[in-house]
Design a protein around this ligand. Structure first.
Ligand code: AP5
Ligand code: MG
Length: 216
C-alpha cells in the first residue's frame, strides 16, 4: 500500500521545510501545491497565469483547477509508493476529492501532522524567507541562513523572496487559512488521522516529532 502524508498548518509554520527533510528520510515524493503553481507561473502556462491573480492577493486558487493539477501530479509513476502532500488539501472540497482520487490509486491518507504556530512568529518567518529558484530549497535570513548570501547551499542557484511574502499578503493568507483551511483540523480529527505538532520548536525537534508520527 502506498503511504500518503498530509502536512496541515498555517502559512510559514514550516510545512515546506519539513516536507523536504521528510522526503529525504522516507524516500517519498514531496508534492507542494504552492510550488506546482509557482512552476507554472515561471513557465507562463495558462494555469500559471490564472493562479497568479489569486496568489498575489493571498487567496486560494479555485478548487477545480487545484484538484486537477494535483490529480495529474499524483498519477505520475514517482508517486506509486505515496507522497508527502504540502499545502493540499486546503478546503473540505479538496479533502473529499483527495479521498476519492487516492482510492483510485489504491491508497488513502495515512497521517495528517497538524503543525501549529503563533501568528507573530509566522509573519516573522515568512518575511525573512529566501527560496531557491531551481528547486525550492528554503532558508531564513536569521533562523537558517545560507552560507553565502543569495546563493543556495545545495545547488548554487539564486535565492529569491516570494511576491506573496509581503507582510500584508501574509496576513491575508493567515486569515484565508483560518476561514477556509481550519475546518480540515476537525475533518481529519474525526477520521482519527490528526496528530498535533508544535511548530514553534527548532527544525530538528519538529522533524523528530514528524518522523515518530509518520513511521508509526
Ligand atoms: P504555499 O506555497 O503552500 O504557501 P503557504 O501555505 O502559505 O505556506 P508557506 O510556503 O508560506 O509556508 P510553509 O509552511 O511552507 O513554511 P516554510 O517551510 O517555507 O501557497 C502559496 C499560494 O498558492 C496560496 O496562498 C494560494 O494562493 C495558492 N495555493 C497553494 N495551494 C493551494 C491549494 N491547495 N488550494 C488553493 N490555492 C492554493 O518556512 C517558512 C520560513 O520559516 C522559512 O524561512 C524557514 O526557513 C523558516 N522556518 C521553518 N521552520 C522553522 C523552525 N522550526 N524554526 C525557525 N524557522 C523555521
Ligand atoms: Mg511552503
Amino acid at each position: 500500500m502506498p503511504t500518503f502524508i498530509v502536512l496541515l498548518g498555517p502559512p510559514g509554520v514550516g510545512k515546506g521545510t519539513q516536507a523536504k527533510i521528510l522526503a529525504e528520510q522516507t524516500g517519498l515524493v514531496h508534492v507542494s501545491s504552492g510550488e506546482l503553481f509557482r512552476e507554472n507561473l515561471k513557465n507562463q502556462t495558462e494555469l500559471g497565469k490564472l493562479a497568479k491573480a489569486y496568489i498575489d492577493k493571498g487567496e486560494l486558487v479555485p478548487d477545480d483547477v487545484t484538484i486537477s493539477m494535483i490529480r495529474e501530479r499524483l498519477s505520475r509513476p514517482d508517486c506509486k509508493m505515496g507522497a508527502i502532500l504540502d499545502g493540499f488539501p486546503r478546503t473540505p472540497v479538496q479533502a473529499d476529492a483527495l479521498e476519492k482520487m487516492l482510492s483510485e490509486f489504491n491508497g488513502q491518507v495515512d497521517t495528517v501532522p497538524y503543525i501549529t504556530g503563533e501568528e507573530s512568529v509566522l509573519v516573522e518567518r515568512v518575511s525573512g524567507r529566501w527560496t531557491c529558484r531551481a528547486s525550492g530549497h528554503i532558508y531564513h535570513e536569521k533562523f537558517s541562513p545560507p552560507h553565502q548570501l543569495g546563493v543556495c547551499d545545495v545547488d548554487g542557484s539564486e535565492l529569491y523572496q516570494r511576491d506573496d511574502d509581503k507582510v500584508e499578503t501574509v496576513k491575508k493568507r493567515i486569515q484565508v487559512y483560518r476561514n477556509q483551511t481550519m475546518p480540515l483540523v476537525d475533518y481529519y480529527r474525526q477520521r482519527g488521522k490528526l496528530v498535533e505538532i508544535d511548530g514553534m520548536q527548532a527544525v530538528e525537534v519538529v522533524n523528530a516529532a514528524l518522523l515518530t508520527c509518520c513511521m508509526n
